[in-house]
Design a protein around this ligand. Structure first.
Ligand SMILES: [Mg+2]
Length: 232
């Protein structure tokens, strides 16, 4: 019976939907329309662009976590000439951090699939690249905690997937060998190639069926397809 390592964001927890809900609430809360930001969708689009850029800087070690939080919101306000408004950027950043982890949209079938896998006797763990204080709230609030033995974050380990040590520390904590584990995740590089490199089995969750040239053990478009895979 395989032990299942699950990714959280964009695999179980519907990051994009949850994030957009939180951003739309921030837009209202701080009345961004009064600053000339006429359209909430334009604001969301601008934020997502800024966020992607800031995360890349963070991943590659050029930006600190504390800076990332407010900076992406200041950058998001650039098209409206508000990127120098330090106070507004910080407030938006704080609101987002306090709102988005409490959102509870999950991918279709998440609860049903986890319930069935648990009933079949699989031990399950969450292995996520994220910050402790945020990821624990997401798991708890969206009703996922009962399915998992533990949640292990890159924040607590000091290593992010696909670093072999991120997988190694999770294996150690679960007390299992790589060959007894299957990693399920949406990120080809971090989750799937990272797992493959250390001898962990892989199920690539690829909901938009994005083409790629990698050989992976299994690939699914819907979480429910996982139930058809033999995971002994
Ligand atoms: Mg993910």
């Amino acid at each position: 019976m395989k032990v299942l390592f699950w990714d959280l964001d964009h695999t179980l927890w519907d990051f994009q939907t949850n994030s957009r809900e939180a951003l739309a609430e921030g837009y209202k809360e701080f009345n961004l329309a009064s600053y000339g930001v006429g359209d909430v969708d334009e604001y969301i689009e601008s934020y997502e662009k800024a966020n992607t850029w800031c995360w890349k800087e963070y991943r590659e070690g050029r930006m600190e976590k504390t800076e990332l939080r407010g900076r992406r919101f200041k950058m998001a306000m650039e098209p409206w000439g508000l990127s120098d408004d330090f106070d507004l950027g910080e407030k938006l950043g704080q609101h987002y951090i306090e709102t988005s982890p409490y959102k509870t949209n999950l991918f279709e079938g998440s609860i049903e699939v986890l319930t069935e896998l648990q009933n079949r006797g699989h031990r399950m763990v969450i292995l996520t690249n994220g910050f402790d204080e945020v990821q624990y709230i997401k798991v708890e609030k969206s009703g996922l905690s009962g399915f998992f033995e533990f949640v292990i974050t890159s924040d607590s380990m000091g290593y992010k997937k696909p670093h072999p040590k991120a997988f190694g520390l999770a294996l150690e904590k679960a007390g299992v060998e790589a060959q007894d584990v299957v990693m399920i995740g949406d990120n080809l590089e971090a989750d799937i190639l990272g797992a493959k490199a250390v001898g962990i089995g892989q199920i690539f969750f690829n909901p938009h069926n994005v083409p790629h040239g990698e050989e992976v053990d299994y690939e699914v478009e819907k979480l429910s397809e996982i139930l058809d895979i033999a995971l002994h």
